[in-house]
Structures are given as structure tokens and as C-alpha cells.
Design a protein around this ligand. Sequence first.
Ligand code: NBG
Length: 836
Amino acid sequence: MTKTPRARTTPARLTQEDTRTGLSPQAIARAFCDNLFYVQGRFPKVATPHDRFMALAYTVRDRLLQRWIHTAETYYQRQSRTVCYLSAEFLLGPQLGKNLINLGIYGAAEEAMKSLGLDLGDILDQEEEPGLGNGGLGRLAACYIDSLATLEIPTIAYGIRYEFGIFNQAIRDGWQVEMTDKWLRLGNPWEIARPQLTFGVKLGGHTETYTEDGRYKVRWNPSHLVRGTAYDTPTVGYHVNTANFLRLWRAEATESFDFRAFNTGDYYGAVMEKIVSENITKVLYPNDELPQGKQLRLQQQYFFASCALQDMIRLHLQTARSVEDFDRKFAVQLNDTHPAIAIAELMRLMVDEYNVDWDRAWRVTQNTFGYTNHTLLPEALERWPVPLFSSLLPRHLEIIYEINRRFLDEVRVRCPDDDDRIRRLSLIDETGPRFVRMANLATLGSRMVNGVAKLHSELLRKGVLRDFCDLAPDKFTNVTNGVTPRRFLLLSNPRLAGLITSRIGDGWVKNLDQLRQLEPLASDPEFQTAWRAARRHNKTALAALLRARTGVQVDADTLFDIQVKRLHEYKRQHLNVLHVVTLYNRLCREPSADVPARTVIFGGKAAPGYFVAKLIIKLIHAVAERVNADAAIGGRLKVAFLPDFNVKNAQHVYPAADLSEQISTAGMEASGTGNMKFGLNGAVTIGTLDGANIEIRDEVGADNFFLFGLTAAEVQQRKAAGYRPRDHYESDPRLKEAIDQIGSGFFSPEQPELFQPLVNNLLGSDPFMLLADYAAYVDCQERVNQAYRDQEGWTRMSILNTARIGYFSSDRAIREYCERIWRVKPEPITLDGDPI
Ligand code: NBG
């Protein structure tokens, strides 16, 4: 044997592969038993279902780690340009099934478990998901991690390791009840704690100036210091060797402060300090109320942004000589403004700690960041009161003032005597009490800014960020969102996925455009029958889940009309309810009306402080109670609310929908991603021209989409012309009846006034224009009824929705980010022998 390094290492690796991380059912079964024994400390007879989940999870983790080590080694040696995705939220969902799929060992694991007399499905069911996000934004980040690894892009995702994620939702007496999400209680087998990888994060205090080698410098003397510790979760791509990681930071007290307190004899003071520090990463904020004024939230944002940047600099300096070419090594994406403080922090680190001169540091900073905006709702745009900001981050406030001063000086030269423009562009809102405007900071500090669907990006350019767009139009782009087909079709809808693969092969999993090959089958009777059978199976499964969770019995042969998403007035779940009430009234009046039987299913959490959203949940339950109990309509309409909508539950919902409700007020839903998940699984959309609905309709064809309602432009015009919701109420008897019933206690006889606030809102200003869209919506639902009666026609629409949804893969979206925003290339990883 020649004595090359490769020849020396390969046999060792192969042996290790064989004994410890082999992919055969036998190797998996052996590793599973080992882990049950040596990690969980259990023998099979006494092992609980959760022990078995842990044992299999550790088995899979070994296989992930092997890939991760190779990946890390390769990136290190090649000094690969790396994407850093900064997000305060990652809504990962359960990991086991996804990892099995991506490693290509789902079948092997199934067989291994079977050989031990176990069922893989039961084991998968044990996993509790990390709910480290609120909704679409956090889930998008998770889809993007999956695509980044699958496309072999060197990536680190950075976020916060919340001890309590989004609350669990229970329903009591029709009301939402929040329960703490203790997701770490039984241990988290996927994460690897890195107690040696920590950074100090300063808070509070004041700044002072000094000179050093003739240079004017600023020193920040903080009043607090916390420590961030890294917890890593490997994220393997689909059928590739790339395993990137998600690095979440947890806050802890620093030892130095403990010592100080101990030395003065203040033991309890030291313990308090520890508790206060750890609070920073205790809990995820639900996205309710105004973000303003929440000191802890600003602390969270700064804490994780600072840890992430310090970590990046550490990595960079392992191989580079200076931080001055930081932007060549990293492309840092800001997932909304939550991590936007990173812009000021990178400036601080470079200028104060690495002595980079201001202009150079600003060039590097602007070249490093990209900013994705996810909302146009003014109340959701983050602004921090200047006093709060300055008490927590005094040095950053100075830096932001300086960035602002230089920026506005430039603008004054370009646009003299335009004070209004200056006021709008300023990083500081001075129209009343002063605020730091995070969207302005993010836009100015980034090389590229994007919205998440065509309409949204256009509205950004014309609205919220218009002045910035005037100054630098090329900075603005659009990347329409996408979702991962691995989780949302292959894993969660195995029957449909299997049927698709049996006809067109499995290339679609990595290249979703290949679903187009289904088009010629859309009217094929045999394929249609198989398609309906797969979907019928999913509907039966959802019906069983609903029964188990709510007691409501629904029939899988009815039209499943589903709206699942966070509860929000702009998403208009109550418009859906108005239709339900209208349909109910019609069925009561015309018992023989020729309409297909429907099951209307809702799901979603309301922010705990959002009174109206919670009242809408109660309304759904009140209507459900009445409708479901009414024998006179003979089960032709049922209403159900699936509690605790999360990723795990979602995987049972999307595959079972016939009709996907995407009915937000036009111009308000930035993109939506549920709309894509439904379409991927063959649901037909009823929707407004909002967010990505517009592009979905363009792709699937107007004939295969139920469109209704005002356009975004019309919404604006109506408002400008003085919108009067009462006119609709007075002139449409169906609407009047429904609203009167809701308002008068028809659905809440014990508390007739209960829903008055909702009714007053609709008849008062109706800010989300339900009444303006009501008639169009109800008529459109009638077109749905007609279409559903023709099962062949409907199945054809369903198949075409799946066949033409390929554009909405997160792989496509990530390719666009890589080319247009990050300028990074794939770095393939080889597993056998040395990585290079
Ligand atoms: C949400 C939008 C959705 C969009 C997701 C992902 C926030 C702030 N925004 O329409 O409301 O699909 O982001 O981009 O959560």
C-alpha cells in the first residue's frame, strides 16, 4: 500500500462507518439497542416510548455528526464563503422523520424497528417540537435551512435558544388557554452543548472617550455583562453529505460578576445576577401588541446578534489576518429587523475593538448584510424608544447617530431643501417621542433589501421604503418565499408522494419543477382514482385526529375547507365565519339545497394579548357548537377547530385539504407560505390577490384558483374615498342576517352581548374590509360548490395545483438568494476518505 494520507485514513474511516454509523437496517438496529442501553440506561422491557425515541434520535445523530465533521473540515480547509442566517425565530418542527428522510434511511429505520418488534410511526409520534417561532417567519427560516444544506451552501444559522418556545394552546369552553411550552423537559437529543464556546455580551452603563496612539477612541463601560453559550443542532441536506448547523445562544451569568458579589459577601446578590442574566433567553415573545417598550426583547435581540458576530469574527480570524475583509468571508442575512442591531454591533466591534477606521468599517458593514422585510403592517415595524435604547445600548445609540448624521448630510447634498424627506429617511423618528427605526437602520446598513412576494416587494418600494428606493433603487429586489418539499410533501404526505414518484420518478424531491410531468395525467381516470384514494386516506386520518382532539365527528367524504394560520384580523378568519353562518342559514332555509356537504376546519394561535383574535376563536367555537348540533341540516355542514396548530399538527392538515383559505385583505399578507403548502398537497385555493397568492394563481392558472375580492389598489381607493361598511350591511340581507345573529347572541345565548365588540368593529370602521369583500366571497364559495360537485373536474384542478406549484420550492428561493444577494456557491462535501 502506498503511504499517501488517503491510504492511511480510508480504512480507519470505513471501519468506523461500518461499526458505528452504518446505514443498513442491521447497523441501525444495533446502534438503537446500544443507545437504549448506554445512553438511556434502559433494557427493552422497561423502556418507555420516549426512551425508544431518544435511542433512535441518538442513532440518527451519530450519522449526522459524521457528515457534520466532514463538512466542517472541508469548509475550514477551503475557507469557504459562508452564509449566516440571523433569525430570532426558527420553527423547526420535529427532527427525527426529516433527518431520516434527508439521510436516505427512512426505509432502513422502519425495517430496523420492525426487526425489533417496534413501529417507526409510534416512535416519531413521541417527539415534541422546538416551537422557537411564532409562525410563517420562523417556519420560513427552517425551510431555508433545509434548502441551504440540500444545495450544499456553507451556512451557519444563528438564533436564540429560548427555554420556553411559543405557548401550547388548549381550548377550554371555546376560549384559548395558553400553556408554557416546556420543550426541553425530557431532553433534546439533537443539540450539542458547547460550554467552551461562549462570548461576553455587555449591557447598560455609559461610554467615555480616550486617546490611544493619537487616535480618538470610545470605551463602553457596561453595567452588566452576560455570557452567551452556544448550542448546536446539525442540519443535514437531502441526499447530500452537507451538514450545516443551527447555533442557538443561551444566556448565563458571567463568573466575574459572581466573584465580585461573593467578594463583597453578597451571595444572594450574585445569585440574583445569575437569574436576571438567564432571563434573557427564557421565553419567546408572541407577536402581539406593540413591540415597543419591551426591554427584555431588545436585550434578546442584541444578545444573540452580538454572540453571532463575535463568533463569526472568531471563525474568520482562524484563517484571515484581519477583520477588514469580513464581508468576503460572510454574507449575513437579517430575517426581518429583529437582528438588525447587528449592523451597529459590527460597526462597534470593528471600530472600537479592532481599530478599523470608520469609513472602511461602514463599507464592510454595508457589504456584509442583506435585509428581508416580512411585513408592511405599520404596528409591526420595530421602533425602540430612544431612552430605552440608550440605557441598554449607549454605545450603539452613538454609533447609530453617527451613521445617521453622515447619511443625512449626503442626502442633503443630493436633495437640498427637502426636510420632509430627511425626516422620513432618518434613523430616528422625531415626530413625537423619539424612536430608533429598525427598518431604516436595516435598509441603510444592507447591500440588498428584499420583500417576500412580488406584490409585497412592490409595495415596499412604493410605500414604507420609498425614500430609500429613490436613493438606491438597485438595492431593492424580490425573492418570493418557498417551502421545503421534503417536509411538506415527502414526509408528511407519503401516499401522495409515493403515487407521484411511481409515475414520474423521485427527481421532484430535489427539483420541484419536475412535478410538471404530472400535467398530462391530470385527466387520466386511473391516476385520478389513485389521487383521490391517497387524499381520501389523508382526510380520514385528519378526521380521526379531530375526533381525538376535539370530540367533533366529521365525515371524510365532505369537502374539507381549511384555514390554518395565526389568528389575526387581517387574515380574516371572521370572514370565513361569516360565510359559515350564511351557508348555515341557507341550509336551514332550503333543506334540499343542492350543495356539497362541507367541513370547515380552523386552526391557529392568537397572541395572548390580542383580545379580538381570541374572541374570534371563541366565535368559531360558538358557531361550531350550534351548527354541529343542528340535526335539521343533517351533517351537511360541520365546523371544527384543531387546537394547538404547530408544525407537527400541520403535517396532518395540509395533505387533507380540498380547499385552502387564503383570504387576507389585499395588500396585508406579505407572502403567506401555508398557501404554498396546501397547493403542494393538491388543495385548491380560494383567495384574494394578496401576497404570493397572486403568483400561485399565475402558476396554477386562473381556472384552477378561486379568486375573489378587492385588489390592494382598490382597498386603498375605497379607504381614500371614505369606506362605509354599513352600506354593505344595509344592502345585503344575507350579511345583515349573519351579523345580527352574531351580535344578538344567537350563537351565545348565555351571553348575548359576547360578540358585540366584533360586530361594532365591523359596522364601525371595518379596517380589514370584510364587509366590502363579503358578497364576492360568498359568491365565490358558491362557485366552489358547483366545481366540487364535478369530482373529475375537481380532481383535475387538484392535480394541476400540485403539478404547477414547483416554483414555490424553498430550493428555488435559496438559489435566488445565493445568486442575487449572497454571491455564494455550493461547496460539495465528499464522505469517503479525506474530504479534499
Ligand atoms: C410573515 C408574513 C407572512 C410571510 C412570512 C414569511 C412576519 C413578520 N411576517 O405573510 O406575515 O409569509 O412572514 O415571510 O411574521
